[in-house]
Design a protein around this ligand. Structure first.
Ligand SMILES: NC(=O)c1ccc[n+]([C@@H]2O[C@H](COP(=O)([O-])OP(=O)(O)OC[C@H]3O[C@@H](n4cnc5c(N)ncnc54)[C@H](O)[C@@H]3O)[C@@H](O)[C@H]2O)c1
Length: 246
């Protein structure tokens, strides 16, 4: 028996092989998910990850910012798998500039993916879950959405928004059987950390636990929140950050 036996999940940003989305896709497959839909941009590794998993996986090239294209994505998932039990809003972009060096265009670009992308995923998937009377949505926040000091302005703002959206959506959808939670990683060893191993090593010194997270560790929490074992956890934003925000 797997933790996610029979469930159908959409993972945005699922096409990063060394990222959290790739780790989540592989773990969901291991845990018995019946359908794993990877959404990502052209040039991602989504097709390779889907091929590796086999016919329970489907890669859809889709930009989470594209509201006009979301209905076709939902239709394709329903046609292939018949339902949607889990949505992981994981796609995101990093933008490492302070407020005074962030142009209005930069700010809007970050918010468009990290905040509006989460809204659109939720907006288009929630009706399917409400109709089924159940579902679990997991957003990807960040320690940058829990504190202000030392955080790049636009990125932090977008993740504070994700935190608020998670709580507000949970309160609205709870009576309809749909749970909404978020994971809040600190530093995770993925391609988002520009600079590779030396930068990962440098960042590990800012983590009270003395190391950064591996994407599989975040994936394990996401899988738990996707599973029925977390049925009474709703509206939680759970730090998984080695005590960065403690
Ligand atoms: N790596 C970290 O230290 C860290 C810490 C806290 C939170 N996060 C968050 O975790 C999530 C996953 O990031 P990761 O660390 O795996 O990085 P990653 O760069 O490996 O993965 C992000 C994925 O999102 C995809 N993506 C970006 N914009 C998209 C769009 N418009 N439409 C569809 N897909 C899009 C990218 O192509 C990429 O595959 C992000 O939301 C990120 O902000 C990361």
């Amino acid at each position: 028996m797997g933790q996610l036996d029979g469930k159908v999940a959409i993972i945005t940003g699922g096409g990063s092989s060394l990222g959290q989305g790739g780790a989540e896709a592989r773990l969901f497959a291991e845990q018995g998910a019946a359908g794993i839909v990877l959404i990502d941009l052209p040039g991602s590794q989504g097709a390779q990850i889907a091929a590796e998993i086999g016919d329970r996986a489907l890669y859809i090239e889709h930009d989470v910012r594209d509201d006009a294209a979301w209905p076709a994505v939902i239709a394709q998932v329903l046609e292939r798998f018949g339902r949607i039990d889990v949505l992981v809003n994981n796609a995101g972009v990093w933008f490492d500039e302070p407020l005074v060096d962030t142009t209005p265009a930069d700010y809007r670009a970050v918010v468009e993916t990290n905040q509006v992308g989460v809204f659109l995923g939720t907006y288009f998937v929630a009706p399917v879950m409400i109709a089924a009377g159940k579902g679990s949505i997991i957003n990807t926040c960040s320690s940058a959405g829990m504190i202000g000091r030392g955080q790049p302005h636009a990125y932090a703002a977008s993740k504070w928004a994700v935190r608020g959206m998670t709580i507000a959506a949970a309160a609205e959808l709870a009576s309809k059987g749909v749970r909404v939670n978020a994971v809040s990683p600190g530093v995770v060893d993925t391609p988002m950390i520009a600079g590779g191993a030396p930068e990962v090593e440098r960042l590990s010194h800012f983590v009270p636990q003395g190391r950064v997270a591996q994407p599989q560790e975040v994936a394990a929490l996401v899988a738990f929140l996707a599973s029925d074992a977390s049925d009474y956890i709703n509206g939680a934003v759970i730090p998984i950050d080695g005590a960065i925000t403690a």
